[in-house]
Structure formats: structure tokens, C-alpha cells
Design a protein around this ligand. Structure first.
Ligand SMILES: [Fe+2]
Ligand SMILES: [Fe+2]
Length: 291
């Protein structure tokens, strides 16, 4: 594999932004504009991140041997970004617990799901990571492209999600390029078959598990039955309709010749950098690797 054939931009820089959020004050229970459905969905997502992102890092690093310097450097930067994301989402999850939520059932479900994937050959973990990183990248793109998704949210918490989304866009090609490196001897049919089957499996689990997690948190708010289902479905499918809006980008994954950087959306990163007073400094402290 030669890096010159990869669509990943040659001038891409993956910059870990070592930021901290929400340490100064409590986060309101319904931090997302007083909306229990929005708050529950984002909280359910966040509860998966510390363990999920550690799994992503270990799955990618298992195949870094033989990677060229560019990909090797990107894997390192990806590892640092995900380690900091885990740290910040752990802190966020603690604030959700301080606000009265019990996340233990959601965390247990993630552990069980990861244990099943870890019991398979390591290339399956890499394919699952690649699929989930595509998922994350298209969610991140939508979150940054349309301010409606975080409208009315607690500003500090909204900033945590925007920061995370920016870095997910920046490193969206790393798992994919690692997969291209790891499967360089495979036929394109075998690559397509495995990545597509794993994407279908991962998507089914992602939708089922996040729905279950969101409904569990709503139950803890006293919202159950049709009221919970309708409110949740309305939020994800209608307004602001995140799931509906990413459906097209999700389908791109199955197209021949797909690569995350076929769509260069770095303007969203540039907009973020320009609109926020934060300017990147080299990380002041060493960040422990998540692997
Ligand atoms: Fe992340
Ligand atoms: Fe990621």
C-alpha cells in the first residue's frame, strides 16, 4: 500500500486539543435545553465512550506494525485524542450521576457487547472500530453542520460535544487507513464483504443499544411507555432528526471506492477554530495513552 493512493489529505494534521470541560459547576439533569429526550440520548451515547474509545484504540494499535510514518503518526495522534475524549466523557458521566442518573446498566451493556467482539479475531475488532468511527464521523459532521442539534443546551456541555465532534472529523480516516494497511493482501471483494457485514451488525447493535440506553434513562426520569417511545422517535427521526439526516452518509459506506476522506469536510473544523476563542497550544501535560 502506498500512502499516495489514499484519499486522506496529505496536509491533514490531527491535533489533540487537551481541553477540560465542566469541572467548575454541576451540570443540570436536563442539560439539553430542559429536554429529557435530548439529554437522555446524549447521556446514553456518552456512557459508552470511555470503554468504547479504549476499545477503538486497542483495535487500531493491534495493526500498526508495518504502517508507514504518516499512518503511524496518525495512529499516535488518534490514540491521544481518544484518550482525552475518554477522560472528558468520564467526567461528564460523573456529572450525570451527580445529577441523579444510574448509568451502571448502560455501562454493563457496553462491556458485554465489547466482550463478544473481543472474542473474535482482531481484524473483526478493527472492522467494528472502522464502522463505528464512520458512524461517529457522520454524527459529528451533522452536529457541527447544523446548530439546531445543540440549540438551547448548557453552553459548557455543548462545547464538550462540539470539541469531540471536531476531533472525530479530524481522525475519521485513521481506522479506515489502518484497515487498508491490515488487509492489503485481501481481494477487494473480501474487503467489501467483511466491512459491509460488520457495518450491518454494528449498526443493528448501535441502534438497539442506544435506544435501550436512552429509554432506561427516560425511565429514571419517570417517562415510560408510549410517551417515551414517541418522544424519542420524534427527537431522532423528526426534529432535529439526527438519525434521519445521517442515513444517506451511512449508505455511502457500502459504495465501491468509499473512503471517509472522499468527502473533505475540514471547513467545519476551520469554522470551529475560527469561532471559538481557544487557540491550539501544544499539550502542556503528558496524556496517558488509552491503550
Ligand atoms: Fe472520540
Ligand atoms: Fe474516534
Amino acid at each position: 500500500m502506498s500512502t499516495t493512493t489514499l484519499p486522506t489529505p496529505s496536509d491533514l494534521t490531527i491535533t489533540p486539543r487537551d481541553r477540560r470541560f465542566g469541572r467548575e459547576q454541576a451540570t443540570p439533569r436536563w442539560w439539553h435545553g430542559g429536554n429529557p429526550y435530548a439529554s437522555a440520548l446524549y447521556n446514553a451515547l456518552s456512557s459508552t465512550f470511555p470503554k468504547g474509545e479504549t476499545f477503538f484504540v486497542e483495535s487500531v494499535r493491534a495493526f500498526r506494525d508495518g504502517a508507514d510514518d504518516k499512518l503511524g503518526g496518525e495512529i499516535k495522534a488518534f490514540t491521544t485524542q481518544e484518550a482525552i475524549h475518554s477522560r472528558e466523557h468520564l467526567a461528564f458521566n460523573r456529572r450525570a450521576m451527580d445529577a441523579g442518573y444510574d448509568l451502571s446498566r448502560l455501562e454493563r451493556d457496553v462491556e458485554n457487547r465489547l466482550a463478544i467482539t473481543r472474542s473474535k479475531p482482531p481484524i473483526v475488532s478493527l472492522a467494528a472500530t472502522m464502522a463505528l468511527e464512520h458512524f461517529t464521523a457522520i454524527l459529528a459532521h451533522e452536529l457541527l453542520a447544523d446548530p439546531k442539534h445543540l440549540a438551547g443546551a448548557d453552553e459548557e456541555t455543548a462545547e464538550l460535544w462540539r470539541w469531540h465532534a471536531v476531533e472525530e472529523l479530524e481522525h475519521k480516516g485513521v481506522a479506515y487507513d489502518t484497515w487498508l494497511h491490515a488487509t492489503r493482501d485481501w481481494t477487494s471483494w473480501k474487503r467489501w464483504k467483511v466491512k459491509s457485514l460488520v457495518m450491518l451488525y454494528v449498526t443493528r447493535n448501535f441502534v438497539v443499544d442506544r435506544t435501550k440506553g436512552t429509554l432506561e434513562l427516560l425511565r429514571q426520569d419517570g417517562i415510560t411507555g408510549p410517551r417515551a417511545w414517541v418522544g424519542f422517535a420524534w427527537y431522532v427521526l423528526v426534529k432535529p432528526g439526527m438519525l434521519r439526516k445521517i442515513a444517506g452518509a451511512w449508505l455511502h459506506y457500502f459504495m465501491p471506492g468509499f473512503h471517509p476522506w472522499n468527502h473533505d469536510d475540514r471547513r467545519l473544523i476551520a469554522n470551529y477554530e475560527a469561532s471559538y476563542p481557544y487557540r491550539q497550544e501544544p499539550p502542556a501535560r503528558k496524556v496517558r495513552s488509552a491503550a
